[in-house]
Design a protein around this ligand. Structure first.
Ligand code: COA
Length: 371
């Protein structure tokens, strides 16, 4: 497209235009009749239902991180496409943490779709990541058919599962700790600290993006998700070692009522993990607990008297990863190999990766470019 320019936004005024052009800003499909229960994750719920109000734009403009990491598409001077990279960290086998460009804000105005704007923005994003020495980029995909062509592939898997009341794990008899329902401030700070500790030991985990805990805990004064409850678990010495965010949403449909919807749960001690699930799966006036965005290897299943009681209701891709710098990305992680492996890489979108890469047994974490 002749009059297409892709570049970072350069002023407050452009930042607001950027936000208005994102999928959230333009209005997502509306949810009728009730936007109550059936999403599972922070940040999206109250945005169902059309175009957000002016207060949303002001708040989001204030929190738009790293303006120079945005890539906006202008056609004839009109801002019609949005994208950006968040500076995050990914945990890779070792475990080690690696700088990662988190692809976000991707959207093209409906009138300008299928004319190459995403392709042009992706070019700018990956070139930016490459210049900054980020070995990998990653994203969560709105649809599965979009990002493979740019070299992204599904790298982790997530599940949604359900458990009937009474089928949860038994509460450990001599745990010595305690549970507490807390307010947004306390929850936000404690959850952030828990995630910082836990994510470094679990391959595939990502650091939280700016504002994540404010939204999840309800600290951002948006009034969103006012029904969310926040629980912490402390060990016998009073140290927070687990926490969860959950709701008990109302539904007019009897078959959908009586649900405990868990939006987030993290624990750094096995006993805290068991206590939290035991608590959440036995709430008065409910019939079942459901959790989304959970790992496929959820230990909970093996703590149940009947492991089959944990019913997976959805299995889908989670993180899509793209190696921006094949050598740096593969050298940064550890391997369990007993011989030499040669990888032949063809990469039309990032041609600097093309060639043969040797993974040597004697230095399993080092790679050399070889022609
Ligand atoms: C998805 C979206 C960003 C694509 O933008 P676009 O400017 O229309 O994409 P492009 O014209 O640059 O298309 C690039 C390629 O992707 C393909 N493509 C684009 N959208 C696609 C989709 N939804 N499913 C499958 N392929 C898609 C195009 O056919 C094209 O293929 P090719 O170049 O290999 O022949 C845009 O349609 C959009 O904003 N959708 C709604 C919001 C959304 O889903 N955002 C993604 C958040 S993760």
């Amino acid at each position: 497209m002749a009059d297409l320019v892709v570049r970072p936004v350069a002023s407050d005024e452009e930042a607001e235009r950027f936000l208005r052009a994102t999928p959230n800003g333009m209005g997502l499909p509306t949810w009728e009749p009730e936007p109550a229960a059936w999403w599972s994750g922070p940040g999206l719920g109250a945005r169902f239902g059309g175009v957000p109000d002016a207060a949303w734009f002001l708040r989001e403009r204030g929190s738009l991180p790293d303006r120079d990491r945005t890539q906006a598409a202008f056609v004839g001077g009109e801002l019609v496409g949005t994208s950006g990279l968040l500076s995050l960290e990914l945990t890779v086998p070792g475990p080690r943490t690696l700088p990662m460009g988190g692809v976000t804000w991707v959207g093209v105005h409906p009138t300008h779709r299928r004319q190459g704007l995403l392709r042009a923005m992706m070019r700018a994003l990956l070139d930016d990541g490459h210049r900054r020495g980020e070995a990998v980029a990653a994203l969560s995909a709105s649809e599965g058919g979009i990002y493979g062509r740019f070299g992204f592939g599904p790298a982790t898997t997530q599940v949604r599962w359900e458990l009937s009341r009474g089928q949860g794990p038994a509460r450990p008899a001599s745990d010595g700790g305690r549970l507490a329902l807390v307010g947004p401030e306390e929850a936000g700070a404690a959850w952030a600290a828990l995630h910082e500790e836990a994510r470094r030991t679990r391959v595939g985990e990502v650091s939280a993006y700016p504002g994540y805990w404010d939204t999840l805990a309800g600290r951002d004064e948006s009034g969103r998700d006012a029904s969310r409850l926040r629980v912490l678990h402390c060990d016998s010495a009073g140290r927070v070692d687990g926490g969860a965010a959950y709701r008990i949403p109302w539904s007019p449909l009897p078959e959908e009522s009586g649900l405990v919807q868990v939006d987030w749960l993290e624990a750094v001690a096995p006993s805290a993990y068991t206590v939290l699930w035991s608590f959440l799966s036995d709430q008065d006036l409910t019939r079942r607990v459901a959790a989304g965005h959970r790992p496929v290897d959820e230990p909970l299943r093996w703590q149940l008297r009947d492991p089959r009681a944990l019913r997976v209701t959805r299995l889908s891709d989670n993180l899509w990863v793209r190696l921006i710098d094949v050598g740096a990305a593969l050298a940064a992680r550890r391997y369990a190999i007993s011989s030499t492996i040669v990888l032949e890489v063809a990469d039309a979108f990032c041609p600097w990766n093309a060639g043969r890469w040797i993974l040597d047994r004697s230095s399993a974490h080092r790679m050399w470019k070889h022609g």
